[in-house]
Design a binder for this molecule. Structure first.
Ligand code: COA
Length: 331
């Protein structure tokens, strides 16, 4: 039997229209454009407005763009995975609704949550389903409405997070392109440093928690920063080492957009020319599961068939890792 690998064959992205700039944030909390830009690289982020609009709204838009642009019949999609830390609601999966709304009526669907590494881990799931030959088309969507869990009085978090979504289609490839290798890790001792304490099963929301705003996200920025730099760089270095890759052979670093300094530190550790480092954090901030597919969507036209892409992410939990993928098409 011919060897197959799981390749990305189409991408789509969506961000909401409303732009929350650093200047607007200056009027909301004690912060300023210079500080945010120099400490994070972020100038603005998108916020999803509108009654009853949740993560699925953006996931659906991103998927519909992918489907339209590539003339795909949604009835041929076998599986829809929505990677998200902000599902629409409890118990009813965001992915099932998304699949129905895009016309993927022959698909099964499920959500996965590994915080900011959700999309990266989802790539591993998509690859296994394709490599098993059981399914031919797997749609992986990374989408988060972070504004739903941000306290806009807390300058430690509100300057960083934004809303957005991206979608990619995985299909089998017989030319050796697609996913080559992965290094994924988790460490649950990190969960106290980045979390929404109330609103889950351990601590349901109470009147007191609402008053204390502990249903919003809290983070110990310094600890998260240190762990992100160390682990993202470490995972990326491991992937490069075991695949004999170096600056000459890597074409693009597709790194989770948490903080420009974290991405720069990862690029420095692997001695990568900064022209190869994809960035859009200045426009969107940290969109959690949306960052990696939004980078693919924004930079798709630059990728060439055979290009070596190194993905890297770090997120709450902690969860982190790196994936090596060979790009499968010219735009
Ligand atoms: N605006 C202006 N000043 C701020 C500020 C803000 N939003 N937040 C903190 N400051 C001030 C602090 O009061 C402190 O002042 P001081 O030196 O006079 O005491 C100074 O800036 C440094 O604060 P600190 O909290 O040490 O900032 P930092 O350099 O660690 O940057 C983060 C803060 C949040 C940007 C950074 O820690 C970070 O990016 N962490 C990782 C977050 C992340 O990636 N989360 C998602 C993981 S996927």
């Amino acid at each position: 039997m011919t060897n197959i690998s799981a390749a990305i064959t189409a991408v789509g992205g969506y961000v909401p229209d409303y732009i929350l700039t650093n200047q607007i944030l200056e009027t909301m909390v004690d912060t300023n454009d210079d500080w945010i830009t120099s400490r994070t690289g972020i100038k603005e982020r998108r916020i999803l407005k509108g009654v009853n609009k949740g993560t699925s709204f953006m996931a659906i838009q991103a998927a519909k763009r992918l489907i339209k642009k590539n003339n795909i019949d949604p009835k041929t999609i076998d599986l829809v995975v929505v990677a998200t830390a902000t599902p629409d609601m409890k118990a009813a999966s965001t992915s099932a609704y998304t699949a129905s709304e895009i016309g993927a009526i022959n698909a099964f669907a499920f959500d996965i949550d590994a915080a900011c590494s959700s999309f990266l881990f989802g790539m591993s799931i998509a690859a296994r389903y394709i490599e098993s030959r059981i399914y031919k088309k797997v749609l992986l969507i990374g989408a988060d409405k972070n504004s739903s869990m941000i306290n806009y009085d807390d300058r430690a978090t509100c300057i960083i997070f934004g809303d957005g979504a991206g979608a990619v289609l995985f299909e089998a490839n017989k030319e050796g392109l697609g996913i080559q290798d992965e290094y994924l890790r988790s460490d649950g001792t990190g969960r106290e440093f980045l979390r929404g304490t109330h609103g889950g099963s351990s601590n349901p929301i109470t009147i007191e928690s609402l008053n204390e705003k502990t249903h919003f996200i809290y983070q110990d920025g310094k600890t998260v920063f240190k762990n992100a730099v160390f682990n993202m760089a470490n995972a990326t270095e491991k992937i490069l080492d075991r695949n004999n890759l170096d600056n000459d052979k890597v074409d693009w670093l597709v790194a989770h957009q948490a903080n420009k300094r974290i991405v720069d530190a990862t690029a420095n550790r692997i001695n990568l020319d900064h022209k190869k480092v994809l960035m859009n954090i200045e426009k969107y901030g940290n969109t959690t599961s949306g960052t990696l597919p939004l980078l693919l969507s924004d930079y798709e036209s630059k990728f060439k068939k055979g290009d070596n892409l190194i993905f890297a992410a770090f997120g709450g939990g902690f969860n982190w890792g790196s994936v090596y993928l060979k790009w499968a098409y010219n735009s």
